[in-house]
Design a protein around this ligand. Structure first.
Ligand code: TRP
Length: 339
């Protein structure tokens, strides 16, 4: 592996609102497993960002810091290769956010398409928490503090990276040099995984998710409940493959060369949903069994998990503080040394 200093820096994060599910797995965890082999990868447990719309339930956000860390370890994130850190324990991020706030307008924040969509989803009217409107600024602080070159994310996060790069450019122009690098987005080729109802993306709050820690019975129940083709009543009927969640999942998780034949058979008629679901069930059981077992093993070692997160946060603290010092100096703020 190349020396740490020459490896490109990757940063991603997850809000710690709940444990992770299959959507996270195809959307980003899988690529993180590959990236950790030849990148300096930082994984941010984004508890501060989670608080921006969960300010009334900090206990849940705190609990899920550990749940998400367990999910990381369970899928194979290796703490020797990736740095796992807690956002709220990195004060440099908060200070950068405060400074960046002056390089972005309220109207620009209100135009962020993801934030706009989330405001509708959460039913905010005049009661949008200020922290929520500003979370893209805090995300810009995350991305730039680590000097990330690459941010693997789902499509919905593209506006955040765009906004982060805009802030970096404004600051660079202001200070007259390339102080903060711009980041590139790495979007998973699978795109977003629909929930088992097929209606929207998989999310715990929509009740259409399969968590990475699902038991065998929970996996089977989810596959049974999966949306297929409502017009496919008898086995002999021709069936639709497009919009059929079972096929979408087979494409994402099975990927065998004979899937094309299976789709053709389904379209012709003569292939029942039961056979299809059995195949997907077996595929998901095989994928999730080792993850669930590793998760259970790590859950029995809470001290180890805490040590991983503590050590990762300490490393991230050094790096993010360095960037903050550079930004403060470039902006010409006072510094009395020694903190
Ligand atoms: N916004 C991301 C999410 O919704 C979490 C996140 C916080 C993040 N900071 C980040 C992602 C920095 C990538 C880079 O899950």
């Amino acid at each position: 592996m190349p020396k740490a200093a020459t490896r490109p820096v990757v940063l991603t994060g997850d809000r710690t609102t709940g444990s992770l599910h299959l959507g996270h797995y195809v959307g980003s965890l899988k690529s993180r497993l590959v990236l950790q082999e030849d990148h300096r990868q930082f994984l941010l447990l984004a508890d501060a960002q989670a608080l921006t719309d969960n300010g009334d339930d900090p206990a849940r956000i705190r609990r899920n810091v550990i749940e998400v860390a367990l999910d990381y370890l369970a899928v194979g994130i290796d703490p020797e290769k990736s740095v796992i850190c807690v956002q709220s324990c990195l004060p440099a991020l908060a200070e950068l956010t405060m400074l960046y706030m002056n390089f972005v307008t309220v109207s620009r924040l209100e135009r962020n398409p993801t934030v706009k969509q989330e405001i509708v989803q959460r039913g905010f009217q005049r009661d949008i928490p200020a922290g929520f409107l500003c979370y893209p600024v805090s995300q810009a602080a995350d991305i730039t503090a680590f000097k990330a070159g690459l941010v693997p994310v789902g499509e919905d996060q593209l506006p955040m990276i765009e906004q982060s790069n805009e802030i970096a450019r404004r600051i660079n122009r202001h200070v007259g040099r390339e102080l903060l690098p711009e980041a590139g987005a790495l979007v998973s080729c699978v795109g977003r995984l629909p929930g088992i109802d097929g209606r929207s993306k998989m999310s715990k709050s929509a009740g259409n998710a399969i968590p990475l820690s699902a038991t065998p019975a929970e996996i089977s129940a989810a596959v049974q409940a999966m949306f297929t083709d409502p017009g496919h009543l008898r086995v002999s009927d021709p069936g639709r493959v497009e919009g059929n969640v079972v096929f979408t999942y087979l494409d994402a998780f099975d990927g065998s060369p004979d899937l094309a034949d299976l789709k053709a058979h389904y379209r012709r008629g003569g292939l029942g949903d039961t056979v299809l679901k059995k195949r997907l069930d077996a595929c998901l059981q095989a994928l999730l069994a080792p993850i669930r077992e590793r998760r259970a093993a790590f859950a029995k070692q809470p001290d180890f998990v805490m040590d991983v997160v503590r050590a990762g946060t300490a490393r991230a603290a050094v790096l993010t503080q360095q960037t903050l010092d550079e930004v403060r100096a470039a902006l010409g703020l006072f510094s009395f040394g020694g903190g």
